[in-house]
Design a protein around this ligand. Structure first.
Ligand code: ZN
Length: 469
């Protein structure tokens, strides 16, 4: 069935940026078929008139583990050492597929309520993640976690690989905006042989690869010991970097300059999760990535480390990184100890340099690309993140009359860096509107589906993780 939407404020791609225009969209089988800009003919009968509300792409979260929502807030209590191994692995070893499906649903609801239509979810029991997303009506790409050296999925990697290959050709999933990619867990939990299998499968099935790389000091130590190189050096040696597939490299806290030289800005996409990284280690050096012209997107990682599954809020975190270092500059220490006005003048120079060199961190269009088009282009079969023909109809509708947008002169800037969550009127996922227009959050959080999902997840979490944890 074809849906026709008509609005006076539709955010469309325009060169490197975006433009707000009047437009009429036709949507068929979950995809945008046509975009008629400034239409000169009357809307056909049955057109959904969006009036003056702002129609944008819905957000694409480039890296999640939705099922870890059950550990929300846990990392604050346990951040010494390696949180993935010390805490997550411990709980994950007890999980069965139905636990993952139930917990994924809760994380999916949280993401949907933040205006996200698609996630890149990297987790164990990939089929259960796909089912959990389908239960809620969220779209995205699932990377069933593959690991054969260590970790809770160590004895399941063959089953997860089967799931990946089978789901890659599942037309029913694709019609809901769901797909898969290869999901090797990390360089230190995956053997050289399995990495080669991953590259072969990705190339044969035309699938992207999505993996954690250089996410912990332990990983750097282990790869140094095992292969006398860095995590990215190992991936180059094994042919992963050279494979003709889209590759998402998540976290990247410990890439050297020589590592960054190895990356191809077309095929390789770095993913930063600043809020989560700030809890489990430190925010990735995204300013350096931008200065080098590398392609990078944003993810929330998990509520366990991030506390929230709202990828738009990561844009504010990135904007902070432009000048967060100024107060830690040695000149600030000298100023504090009474060295005089010359040190304050020196700080001004540090600030000005940050504003000049790292402007992309606070540029509105560059920011929105990191949660729309950049991650949306990563799966060749599921393009999204732009209102353009051929893209999945993942859309968000915003009330520009809401105080958080007022006076409405630069709605894209407010969208990128403001707190506009209360203005979200409705989200469309793969051509289907979710929630009631204008009553979006309440209509979902009072639904029987949410109540049932929440109840089952609570009961399963109680068994996995008896209080107090
Ligand atoms: Zn992760």
């Amino acid at each position: 069935m074809t849906t026709v939407l008509s609005g006076r404020r539709v955010v469309l791609p325009d060169g490197d940026g975006f433009v707000i225009r009047s437009a009429r969209l036709t949507i068929d089988h979950g995809r945008i078929l046509t975009v008629d800009v400034d239409p000169q003919t009357p809307d056909p009968p049955g057109t959904d008139d969006l009036g003056d509300a702002l129609l944008t792409p819905a957000f694409v979260d480039a890296h999640t583990h939705l099922a870890l929502v059950g550990l929300r807030g846990a990392v604050g209590a346990a951040t010494t050492g390696n949180v993935v191994e010390d805490l997550f692995f411990h709980v994950e070893r007890k999980m069965v597929a139905d636990d993952v499906r139930a917990l994924t649903r809760v994380g999916a609801y949280e993401a949907l309520l933040a205006g996200t239509a698609a996630v890149w979810d990297h987790y164990y029991f990939g089929r259960a993640v796909l089912d959990g997303l389908a239960d809620v009506g969220l779209a995205g790409v699932v990377a069933p976690a593959l690991q054969d050296l260590d970790g809770p999925g160590r004895d399941r990697w063959e089953a997860e690989l089967d799931t990946t290959v089978t789901a890659a050709h599942d037309a029913a999933l694709a019609s809901r905006g769901l797909g898969v990619c290869l999901g090797p867990h990390a360089t230190d939990t995956v053997s050289d042989a399995l990495w080669r299998t991953v590259v072969d499968a990705a190339s044969r099935h035309g699938l992207p690869i999505h993996t954690h790389v250089a996410q912990s000091l332990d990983e750097v130590r282990r790869i140094g010991g095992r292969a006398s190189t860095t995590p990215l050096g190992l991936l180059e040696r094994l042919g992963v970097l050279g494979a003709d597939v889209n590759l998402s490299l998540v976290h990247g806290l410990f890439h050297t300059d020589a590592d960054l030289d190895r990356l191809d800005p077309v095929r390789h996409m770095l993913v930063a999760c600043p809020s989560a990284q700030a809890w489990f280690d430190f925010p990735a050096p995204v300013a350096t990535w931008s200065r080098r012209g590398l392609r990078w997107a944003l993810g929330t990682d998990a509520s366990a480390t991030n506390d929230a599954q709202d990828v738009r809020s990561e844009l504010r975190a990135v904007a902070m990184l432009r000048t967060a270092h100024v107060a830690n500059d040695p000149a600030h220490g000298r100023w504090r100890s009474g060295a005089g006005i010359a040190e304050a003048e020196a700080l001004r120079a540090v600030r000005d340099r940050a504003h000049r060199e790292d402007a992309p961190l606070t540029d509105t269009a560059a920011a929105l690309h990191r949660v729309w088009t950049t991650p949306g282009a990563q799966h060749p079969g599921l393009p999204c993140g732009a209102i353009a023909p051929g893209h999945l109809a993942h859309l968000a509708l915003w009330d520009l009359e809401h105080p958080s947008f007022w006076p409405g002169r630069d709605p894209l800037r407010a969208l990128a860096f403001g707190q506009v969550g209360g203005a979200l009127q409705q989200v469309m996922v793969a051509g289907s509107w979710r929630g009631a227009r204008g009553d979006f959050a309440r209509s979902i959080t009072t639904s029987a589906a949410w109540r049932d999902a929440s109840r089952e997840a609570s009961s399963r979490l109680g068994r996995l993780l008896p209080l107090p944890w």
